[in-house]
Each structure stands twice: as structure tokens, then as C-alpha cells.
Ligand binder design. Sequence first.
Ligand code: SAM
Length: 231
Amino acid sequence: MNEHRLSMRLERVAAQVPAGARLADIGSDHGYLPVALMRRGAIAAAVAGEVALTPFHAAVRTVRDNDLQQHISVRLASGLAAIEPEDRITAISLCGMGGETIRDILDSGKARLSGHERLILQPNGGEQPLRQWLMDNDYRILDEQVLKENRFFYEIIVAERSGPVSYSAEELYFGPLQMRVRSPAFLAKWQRLLRQKQKTLNSFTQARQAVPEDKMQEIAQQIQWITALLV
Ligand code: SAM
């Protein structure tokens, strides 16, 4: 993958960025996503935020190699601290991090959100707590996808602030839109997770040392939900 050829995962994210957006890509690593979008003329401007020095320098290099310094600002900052009001950001992407990390970045950076930005989130696990944060903060999920690339399943969640929204516990767990669409990748992901959770529950049951009762119940509940989903 590079700025000329994105992974399928980042291509799916790119497709969710509105044409002409002013994008903040937080946790940008090499800066491939904003640079690829800018090269295609798909966005108006971008900020690439990075908390770590090595990826920050990599992003600076990608932007410089493509002569895009006038259009993409690379900033060394944690989370949404990379964004300034003058940037007039209209879309924020947070990709390739755990769902809890993305949630924490959004939560601690709330003051920097105008509420008009589209959020394009690609969590690696932890989707449930991330959806919980979106619901608690009045964000409606507009699009959700599951895709499989190199044996891994990835989720993409697109949300915008809309006013109060309510999702059930199962919707927060599986994704309210994915539950309805039931794409082949979504069903394959949950078939794999069901096998894993059944194995975990069996090993807990056989374990000599006691596993906390609430942990056992949580997994049993999840197995019940997944089994019902896949019927
Ligand atoms: N977004 C790219 C992608 O999806 O291919 C890179 C993903 S990489 C696995 C995660 C990046 O997020 C790392 O470069 C890491 O330094 C950065 N990161 C983690 N926490 C961050 C934070 N609080 N603020 C900014 N960047 C962060």
C-alpha cells in the first residue's frame, strides 16, 4: 500500500469522504489516505494528525514527495488536538485503531468537534463501545460495512450528529444497519466469532480456577445473540 494504491480497507474509507471535504485524518501514519484523496482531487484540503514521531515524519515525507504542502498540514498532536477552528474541517477519519481508542480520542476532543463533521471510523475491534459513544453523543450511524482483507475482518462506521438516537443492546453489538443488510462478510465475521466464543466458553467451563460469573454470563449472552442472528 502507498499513496498511489490504497488497501481495499482504506479505499472503502475513501469512498465515504464527501467530495470536496476538508478532511482531518487522525492517526494518519504515512498520510496515505489524505494524500491519495488530494492527488485524485477528491478533497479540498486536509490535516494529517499523528501522535508518534516516526509516522509523523513519514507523513511529512509523503506530503512533500507529492508536493502537497499547500493543501495538507501534517501535525504532531494527540487526537483531535491536531484540528484548529480555522481548518474548517468537514470530515474526520480515524482508522486502524481499537474502537476504545477511537472513542477516547473523540471523547477527550469533544470541544474541537463542531458537530457538523462526518465521522468515518474504522475500528479494529471495540465496535460496541464506539457505537455506544456515538449514541450517547447524538450521532446517527449512516453507513456501516464489514470487509475481509488478508484474512482479517474490518468494520467501517460512518456517523453524523443528528440529535437523540436510540439503539438496542443488540444493535450496539452488531451494528444497527449491518444487522438488517446481513452482507456475506458480516455473516462470515460473526460465524468466525461464534466459533471463537464457543471455544472460550468451553475452556472457561473446564478451567480449574474460577472464572468470574459475570464474565461467563457475558460470553453466554453473546453466544445466544450471535446464534439467533445466524439462524
Ligand atoms: N490510519 C492509518 C490506517 O488506517 O492505515 C494508520 C493506522 S496505524 C495502525 C494507527 C496510527 O494511529 C499510528 O500511526 C499511531 O501512532 C496513531 N495514533 C494512535 N493514537 C493516536 C492519537 N491519540 N492521536 C493521533 N494518532 C494516534
